[in-house]
Design a protein around this ligand. Structure first.
Ligand code: MG
Length: 159
């Protein structure tokens, strides 16, 4: 068994969509980034890659590469899963925490889990997504950005 952690932050700006866990969430601000800026999925991918010691998404999908401009992070997650399978790993479970002052994310979490289950080929029971505020403190509390942490547990496939 191997464990990995991922962390990511994106800035909240006007004129961008807010996409978290592959769900487009109605809000007056969205996340800035080269891809769709899905900060939760970025933290998840880095947790998976970290557990397998396969680098990080910055190496796999550089933000200087026009191929990833506006890319769907769920699609990139599918590619990370392919890399893990090639390297002989399967995913046991993942757990994400999204740090956002607003909007309230509770109602969107079931769809995020479904999206991850489909993209990763896992049962929805293997995927946890949680959300919290930071009580108005720091950059998430003042709505300058949204952060996410992810943890993943991998198991080596039998040879
Ligand atoms: Mg990112």
């Amino acid at each position: 068994m191997r464990i990995g952690h991922g962390y990511d932050v994106h800035r909240l700006v006007t004129g961008r969509k807010l996409i978290l866990g592959g769900v487009e969430i109605p809000h007056h601000l969205g996340l800035l980034g080269h891809s769709d800026a899905d900060v939760a999925t970025h933290a998840l991918m880095d947790a998976l890659l970290g557990a397998a010691a396969l680098g990080d998404i910055g190496q796999l999908f550089p933000d200087t590469d026009p191929a990833y401009l506006g890319a769907s992070s769920l699609d990139l997650l599918g590619r990370v899963m392919d890399r893990l399978a090639q390297a002989g790993w399967r995913v046991e479970n993942v757990d994400l925490t999204i740090l956002a002052q607003r909007p309230k994310l509770k109602d969107y979490i079931p769809q995020m889990r479904q999206n991850y289950a489909r993209a990763m080929g896992l049962p929805v029971t293997a995927i946890s997504v949680k959300a919290t505020t930071e009580e108005g403190l720091g950059f998430t509390g003042t709505e300058q950005g949204i952060a996410a942490h992810g943890v993943a547990l991998l198991e080596a496939l039998a040879l």
